[in-house]
Design a protein around this ligand. Structure first.
Ligand SMILES: NC(=O)C1=CN([C@@H]2O[C@H](COP(=O)(O)OP(=O)(O)OC[C@H]3O[C@@H](n4cnc5c(N)ncnc54)[C@H](O)[C@@H]3O)[C@@H](O)[C@H]2O)C=CC1
Ligand SMILES: CC(=O)N[C@@H]1[C@@H](OP(=O)(O)OP(=O)(O)OC[C@H]2O[C@@H](n3ccc(=O)[nH]c3=O)[C@H](O)[C@@H]2O)O[C@H](C(=O)O)[C@@H](O)[C@@H]1O
Length: 459
């Protein structure tokens, strides 16, 4: 596709029709800057580049910038992404810089997708968002459009992002448009999600911002765009999706803790209950990780006065599952005549979910800490990680899984690579205690004694 390369200047406030905006965007005359080139930002920048042909990616990590400009893809296990990045960079449609001011000056549309984690006291940490805002402010011009994709507490876009950019740039708040357009994408399927696994939600600080965001994402997302009333509504849409998930995982986890006293297969009962259309009980497990689901409840609990007992309780239930997992292991070992304090334990899977190289709030961390604190000798294996400085265990390569006669093995995160394990050669020859946190193991033809979270002892 032949594209003009000269920007036509601003897009906000010039009353261009939707068709004119979309044509200008797809012709590359509304250059885009994407701030944050991580697991979500790089796929986003690549799809934007594929559509508009004029994207400048911004990242504070020089290695990321260097990798992208070399046409390489530092984000692993994203189908289609390596080729898309290589092709867009080779075509001059995507480049990266560590200079946000230069990127902001060259762009008309500014897309922000930097981390918004929690502080040590579970408060929203907007420091990286603020750094991105400062960068944008150094180059934003009247008529520009800012699209916030990273998840933020409600009211952040209207009350923090817009005035923050205006004040730092010396502009009136109505000199540029701002909309919240949440990233609803999951790692491992980012390209297909961004291109339209489901509709894109947009909400602006004013109707014109909403309209422009709708035009831009109509070119990106094949499933269409849901324009909601305003930016705060859009922020709530994103949060509510995640809160629904955390609360419903907590229900599944609490039900799983009844398994032994009821002497019932809770997972089987959940599966049968879910045949009702109004029932969607999620999967129990050893805990809830990632920088989304365990984080988002705190975007409502801490910043606002309204009480949120359900959200708080769900967080407590989910954060208790690592304890439930270790205490179940303690009981299963005791039944074997082995004290946890004297046990050797292998933890399988350290990232927060299979196939994703992310360890933030992974349940494996509190599980390893509790095992080590109890005196156990703990090893860990995760084929996606090459460094365990952050885990309280000795990490081994997958090839060394069979070296020790472990008293116990705990499956926390079932990566595909574990499918190659020979369970007859792992653990004690007479069989070890195995805690299957995710109901992914079938060891009935081995000598191991398995306890599955949510099913209990499995023959
Ligand atoms: N990871 C996920 O599954 C999803 C994440 N999100 C949202 O996207 C945000 C980012 O997530 P990921 O891409 O997974 O994070 P990530 O940690 O993989 O990547 C973040 C990138 O931003 C860069 N960065 C940090 N501060 C910056 C700044 N001031 N300017 C430019 N770059 C900066 C980092 O160097 C890193 O490369 C999350 O915090 C969340 O709000 C939304 C949906 C899915
Ligand atoms: C509502 C929703 O499904 N959000 C998705 C979620 O993706 P994320 O990568 O955080 O994975 P996830 O599947 O939600 O898992 C989060 C954590 O919860 C655990 N988990 C998940 C589902 C379940 O039934 N039981 C359970 O224990 C997982 O093991 C993991 O530790 O959060 C993403 C985000 O917002 O960043 C979002 O874009 C994704 O669509």
């Amino acid at each position: 596709m032949h594209r003009q390369t000269e920007s036509v200047g601003g897009v906000y406030g010039n009353d261009a029709t939707a068709e004119q905006v979309q044509t200008a965007f797809e012709n590359g005359t509304l250059p885009v800057a994407v701030y944050g080139l991580g697991k979500m930002g790089l796929p986003l920048a690549a799809v934007f580049a594929d559509v508009c042909g004029a994207v400048i990616g911004v990242d504070i990590d020089p290695a990321v910038v260097e990798s992208v400009n070399a046409g390489n893809c530092h984000v692993q296990r994203e189908p289609g992404l390596p080729d898309l990045v290589a092709d867009c960079v080779a075509a001059g449609e995507l480049r990266a810089t560590s200079d946000p001011a230069a990127a902001a000056a060259a762009a008309t549309v500014h897309v922000v997708i930097v981390p918004t984690p929690l502080t040590d006291t579970s408060e929203p940490d907007l420091s990286m968002l603020d750094a991105a805002i400062d960068g944008i402010a150094e180059g934003v011009a009247p008529g520009d459009l800012v699209l916030v994709e990273c998840t933020v507490p409600p009211r952040t876009t209207a009350d923090h992002v817009r005035p923050g950019i205006a004040a730092a740039a010396g502009l009136e708040t109505d000199a540029f448009g701002v909309a919240f357009c949440p990233e609803r994408t999951a790692s491992g399927r980012a390209i297909q999600d961004i291109r339209g696994a489901y509709p894109k939600v947009v909400g602006g600080v004013d109707d014109e911002s909403t309209r422009l965001a709708e035009c831009i994402y109509a070119s990106i997302n094949d499933s269409g765009v849901i324009a909601v009333a305003d930016a705060t509504t859009a922020e709530c849409v994103k949060l509510f999706e995640g809160l629904y998930r955390d609360v419903n995982i907590a229900l599944a986890n609490e039900l799983a803790t009844f398994t032994d006293e009821l002497d019932v297969d809770v997972r089987a009962a959940i599966e049968a209950a879910n045949t009702q259309p109004f029932c969607d009980i999620h999967d129990p497990g050893p805990g809830v990780g990632g920088h989304c689901i365990p984080v988002y409840p705190h975007f409502l609990i801490e910043p606002f006065d309204t009480e949120a007992p359900l959200l708080e309780t769900a967080r407590e239930v989910n954060d208790s599952m690592p304890v439930f997992t270790v205490e179940t292991l303690r009981e299963e070992l005791a039944a074997d005549g082995v004290e946890l304090a004297a046990a050797s334990v292998l933890v399988l899977g350290l990232t927060y979910r299979p196939g994703v190289e992310e360890t933030q709030t992974s349940p494996a961390r509190p599980i390893a800490e509790r095992l080590s604190a109890a005196g156990a000798d703990v090893d860990g294996i995760d084929p996606l990680l090459d460094d365990t400085a952050e885990f309280d265990l000795e990490q081994l390569p997958l090839s060394r899984a069979s070296e020790r006669d472990y008293d116990a093995i705990v499956m926390v995160t079932p990566h595909d690579e574990f499918g190659a394990l020979d369970w007859d050669s792992i653990g004690r020859p007479a069989g070890s205690v195995v805690i299957d946190g995710r109901d992914t193991l079938t060891l009935s033809d081995t000598s191991h004694r398995v306890y599955t979270v949510g099913r209990g002892p499995v023959e």
